[in-house]
Design a protein around this ligand. Structure first.
Ligand SMILES: [Zn+2]
Length: 162
């Protein structure tokens, strides 16, 4: 794996493809489904799970954590990224988000804030798999979700600090 750099098209993050990619996507979706069961969402009842794989192939997970003071709630993706950083990871190579949308066949998408959070650790072609309890509903690249996003390179950094 090359050193992370934001100046390369994919910043060292290659979306999953072929059999390996399918297996990785399955692992990420499964991990996100499992952690979603632990979501703390007593107010919305809207449970979300997220999983990210780092540059060492390790999967980190997070679930949403609501709070009686509503704005203090945290998204599942934020938890997964915190776990990645806490364990020494610095890149997201692929991600999965699992939730149950109220709109038929529409996957739960990362919120705007989490798209930016993911951007800190991932290149534009990083794949985000979207699923519910039963089905994988598709995937998007980060660039599709956050086109022309602001990132470390805009502050003169090659990528996330290591
Ligand atoms: Zn979010």
């Amino acid at each position: 794996m090359n050193a992370p750099t934001d100046s390369l098209p994919d910043a060292g993050a290659t979306p999953p493809s072929g059999a390996d990619g399918d297996a990785l996507a399955s692992s990420l979706v499964l991990a996100a489904r499992r952690v979603r069961e632990r979501a703390y969402a007593p107010y919305s009842g809207f449970a979300v799970g997220a999983a990210v794989v780092d540059e060492q192939g390790r999967i980190h997970v997070g679930c949403n954590v609501e709070n009686a003071a509503y704005p203090q709630g945290l998204c599942a993706e934020a938890g997964a990224l915190a776990a990645l950083v806490a364990s020494g990871g610095r890149r997201v190579l692929a991600a999965a988000v699992v939730g149950a949308s109220h709109a038929a066949d529409r996957p739960v998408m990362p919120c705007g804030g989490c798209r930016q959070r993911l951007r800190e650790f991932a290149g534009p072609s990083m794949a985000i798999w979207l699923a519910d309890e039963h089905r994988v509903l598709g995937h998007r690249t980060l660039d599709q979700l956050l086109p022309e996003g602001f990132g470390p390179a805009d502050l003169g950094r090659a990528g996330p600090a290591t």
